[in-house]
Design a protein around this ligand. Structure first.
Ligand SMILES: NC(=O)c1ccc[n+]([C@@H]2O[C@H](COP(=O)([O-])OP(=O)(O)OC[C@H]3O[C@@H](n4cnc5c(N)ncnc54)[C@H](O)[C@@H]3O)[C@@H](O)[C@H]2O)c1
Length: 250
């Protein structure tokens, strides 16, 4: 592991109780940041918190990113405790229903878009005031290659992730002179429960699309995220970073 120096930085990772978010929280803690982890799943978060607090200053809070008022209140509480907020990693996510468009109900659509796109916006908007006050900030959105390619039978997921890419570009340009960068990562298939819980057919389909012939590891996303959260990422904003084993060639 290369060393990235985040000493003195205050970070928030959403959906950090497991998978990619947990790996990012670990990497930020190992890099010296104070990290707050949110998740909607209280039991899993408690378990993760026990591991993470051994690595550095870490707090956890049960927060549902689809609730804008809860997001605002929880960021206010974080800033009250840590005095500031420098880094936000918008990672919380669900896959949504995998089915043809005609079989997607109103709730299937809105549930996925609420978590993936609205949640990212609520958290980013609420994180801006402390970042603007600090004159420095890093927002890293975990989007998906589905937002570039459009995955069949995942219309809400694909559309929401495309929305996250657009939001990243818009905020990156808007905040160009602010000291705050906004970038996103577009992973293909990373070995987490989100992938493990899909049907064997979908699993096979995903693997067949990856020229490197393997799924990515959560540490590989955490490594890219840590760099995007660092001082070294100083002239890059509004960017879309591929992590797909060459599945995405554009
Ligand atoms: N695993 C992959 O292959 C892959 C590929 C591309 C993008 N992604 C994206 O990476 C992110 C993390 O995925 P993962 O594979 O680690 O998934 P995961 O299911 O392992 O973890 C997601 C976490 O988000 C939490 N969460 C869900 N809804 C929430 C809400 N409303 N509020 C707060 N927390 C909530 C869950 O409880 C869970 O702990 C997601 O945004 C996902 O879309 C994953």
């Amino acid at each position: 592991m290369n060393r990235i120096d985040l000493a003195g930085r205050v970070a928030l990772v959403t959906g950090g109780a497991q998978g990619i978010g947990l790996a990012i929280a670990e990497r930020l803690l190992r890099s010296g940041a104070a990290v707050t982890v949110w998740d909607a799943n209280e039991a899993r978060l408690t378990k993760a918190g026990k591991v993470l607090t051994r690595l550095g200053p870490c707090e956890t809070a049960t927060v549902d990113v689809t609730d804008p008022r809860a997001v605002e209140a929880s960021i206010a509480a974080l800033v009250e405790t840590r005095d500031t907020l420098h880094i936000l990693v918008n990672n919380a996510g669900i896959m949504g229903k995998v089915a043809p468009t005609l079989d997607q109900s109103d709730a299937d659509w809105t549930t996925a878009v609420d978590v993936l796109l609205h949640g990212t916006f609520w958290c980013s908007r609420a994180a801006l005031p402390p970042m603007l006050a600090a004159g420095w900030g890093r927002i890293v959105n975990i989007a998906s290659i589905s937002g570039k390619e459009g995955t069949p039978n995942m219309p809400a997921y694909s559309a929401a992730k495309a929305g996250v890419i657009g939001l990243t570009k818009s905020m990156g340009r808007e905040l160009g002179e602010s000291g705050i960068s906004v970038n996103c990562i577009t992973p293909a298939a990373i070995e987490t429960d989100l992938i493990r819980n899909t049907s064997p057919e979908h699993h096979k389909y995903m693997l067949s699309n990856i020229p490197m012939g393997r799924f990515g590891q959560v540490e590989e996303i955490a490594s890219l995220a840590a760099w995007l959260c660092s001082e070294d990422c100083s002239y890059t904003t509004g960017g879309v970073f591929d992590a797909s084993g060459a599945r995405s060639s554009y």
